[in-house]
Design a protein around this ligand. Structure first.
Ligand code: NQM
Length: 382
């Protein structure tokens, strides 16, 4: 696979080297940091043009008309001692012109190391390559391992394998991700309101209990039944329910303030997580508003955060969850979602099993296409 080395101008357009990657259940173009503008305003213009935002189909770009396929990754060598790569995640949207670089995305994160190897930023020397990656959006550090066997005298990423993740067809090689210290990634602390449960007034519904929690992704966890649904509906059914969407958004705005996140009307967090008892042998059933449409499965750090809430007595999640038998240092929970389940291993402090110190999970990734992404020269003239 070849990725040309620098942006170049021809025919009124700028050709920027890029690899289109699937990471977990998300997809987006990846770029080397050195190939993109330094200032965020020009960067946002370039990304909007590359993805084709805003437009419902993103027909004039490589976005897929859904928030999960309206993402981009920017990767470069890290400036932080002890870290190999810096990853910047950009969330774009088909329905508006926002370019949000404040949130985490553990799914696209799964594609960072394969991209860095494709782009020559990381040279594999063993059958498994483990790289420390910092997500610049929040400072979260992940240890990511990918398979890099030798083939014809050259080591590269092995994409084929027998790992299946729910929400993606087929099987691929595993990408393992371990996180340390993700508590309060955006909201500042694991329980940003200081409580495991808060009661808030929701117009048209009354007083309802929520858990506001952030172990990598700020979530508001609410019992689906108090919002008049079972929590087992399909994403399309929930997204097509205007009264529910209005209530969920009103609750999000209220909880955003409570969590110290300010006015979140233009933000992609907190994610609103409707929960119900597990249906299929897992710990908890979830439906995740991200935040205006419903996720086809669940975000990576959203799953880590929901799993964390499950093991904390007093939370809305704990009350509805079926917890697996745990030892004092490790619990593996299956967070059920519309396309199956997401397994998260939580590492616990032996002195206090409710203190989560690390998490680990498996994703897959695939390089879909490599080449140049064109944007009109008026957008950026390097
Ligand atoms: O929570 C979608 C995704 C995500 C985010 C979203 C994610 C995470 O599935 O770490 O991965 O919640 O907007 O890509």
């Amino acid at each position: 696979m070849t990725v040309s080395s620098t942006p170049s101008a021809r025919g009124g357009r700028l050709a920027i080297p890029s690899v289109l990657m699937r990471g977990g259940t998300s997809r987006g173009p990846f770029f080397a940091r050195a190939d993109l503008p330094d200032d965020d305003e020009t960067l946002a213009r370039v990304l909007r043009s590359a993805l084709g935002s805003p437009h419902p189909l993103q027909v004039d770009g490589v976005g897929g008309g859904h928030p999960l396929t309206s993402k981009a990754g920017i990767v470069g060598p890290s400036t932080e001692p002890g870290v190999d790569l810096d990853f910047r995640f950009a969330q774009l949207r088909p329905d508006d012109d926002s370019v949000d670089m404040n949130a985490n995305c553990g799914n696209l994160l799964a594609a960072v190391v394969p991209f860095a190897i494709e782009a020559g930023m990381v040279v594999p020397v063993e059958d498994t390559t483990t790289v420390r990656v910092r997500t610049l959006n929040t400072g979260a550090i992940a240890h990511i391992s990918v398979r890099t066997p030798e083939e014809g005298g050259v080591r590269g990423v092995e994409y084929a394998g027998d790992t299946r993740i729910d929400g993606v067809p087929g099987t691929s090689a595993p990408v393992t991700i371990g996180f340390l210290d993700t508590a309060g990634s955006i909201a500042g602390s694991l329980l940003p309101t200081g409580n495991r449960r808060d009661t808030v007034e929701l117009p048209g519904v009354g007083a309802i209990d929520v858990t506001c929690v952030d172990n990598g992704q700020p979530l508001v966890i609410v019992d689906a039944s108090v919002l008049g649904v079972t929590g087992r509906e399909s994403p399309a059914e929930l997204t097509a329910n205007p009264e529910l969407r209005e209530r969920v958004e009103a609750l999000r705005l209220t909880c955003g303030e409570l969590m110290g996140l300010g006015d979140v009307s233009g933000r992609n967090y907190p994610k609103m997580t409707l929960v119900s008892p597990p249906e299929d042998g897992g710990a908890l059933t979830t439906r995740s508003f991200i935040p205006r449409v419903v996720h086809e499965s669940i975000g990576v750090l959203a799953a880590v955060t929901a799993a964390t809430a499950c093991v904390l007595p007093g939370t809305v999640a704990h009350e509805l969850a079926t917890l697996p038998t745990a030892n004092d240092t490790d619990t593996t929970l299956a967070i059920e979602h519309p396309s199956g389940a997401f397994e998260v291993r939580l590492g616990q402090d032996p002195g206090d099993p409710t203190r989560i110190t690390r998490s680990a999970l498996v994703r897959t990734a695939r390089a879909l296409m490599a080449g140049e992404l064109y944007v009109p020269l008026g957008i950026w003239n390097p």
